[in-house]
Design a protein around this ligand. Structure first.
Ligand code: PRP
Ligand code: URA
Length: 208
């Protein structure tokens, strides 16, 4: 499935500040949340609505709502957790699962260290969140784990994606729709996205 690059002048503006190495921890976290709002907004465009009856101060009327409990957002630890704030601002009752993966610095291969999902995950719409899709290793492994758990409906939100990671994800999981705010130029020889923003986890948590 072709990735969706979410385009908006405000996203470009916020990305410019996010990428800047002079941007500090507080602002970096805020920008991650704000850009996540836009990605979430776009990814929910095809959300199912059901009719409800409500009463305005003037009259009874019918209105439409989503079922917030249908959605599980799954941050990939650690940097993905920086996106939770933006998600729960939009969908306050969304369930959150966690997947812990880290990259072996030498092989660049993901290693799993944590996996906890809400009950009934197999019948939910699952949206994996991670600010960076670089080689695609972590994202692909996270999606594979979810599919092994019976999940059929998976989307992937990332702030910056590399062409290499997008191709690999599309080849391995063609059914997963990817939403991103930027598609960058390339990966460098240690798997970092160029121009990118550096190490997302380190910049969110101030561990640089
Ligand atoms: C980063 C990022 C992704 C992964 C992307 O996490 O948040 O999970 O790298 O790279 P990939 O597409 O090549 O797998 P990292 O492994 O640095 O861990 P962290 O979130 O704990 O900093
Ligand atoms: N992980 C990051 O945090 N940044 C990159 O550029 C690549 C992987």
């Amino acid at each position: 499935m072709k990735p969706i690059k979410v385009e908006h002048p405000l996203i470009e503006h916020k990305l410019a500040i996010l990428r800047d190495k002079k941007t500090g921890t507080k602002e970096f976290r805020e920008l991650i949340s704000e850009i996540t709002l836009f990605l979430c907004y776009e990814a929910m465009k095809d959300a199912k609505l059901h009719e409800v009856e409500i009463e305005t101060p003037l009259t009874k009327t019918r209105a439409k709502m989503i079922d917030e409990n249908d959605y599980v957002f799954v941050p990939i630890l650690r940097a993905g957790t920086g996106m939770i704030d933006g998600i729960v601002t939009m969908i306050p009752n969304a369930k959150i699962g966690h997947i812990g993966l880290y990259r072996n610095e030498e092989t660049l291969k993901p290693v799993r260290y944590y996996y906890k999902m809400p009950k009934g995950i197999e019948n939910k719409q699952v949206i994996v969140i991670d600010p960076m899709l670089a080689t695609g290793g972590s994202g692909i492994d996270a999606v594979t784990l979810l599919k092994e758990d019976g999940v059929k409906d998976i989307k992937f939100l990332s702030i910056i994606a590399a062409p290499e990671g997008l191709i690999k994800m599309q080849e391995t999981h063609p059914d997963v729709k990817i939403y991103c705010a930027a598609i960058d130029d390339h990966l460098n020889d240690v798997g970092y996205i160029v121009p990118g923003l550096g190490d997302a986890g380190d910049r969110i948590f101030g561990t640089v």
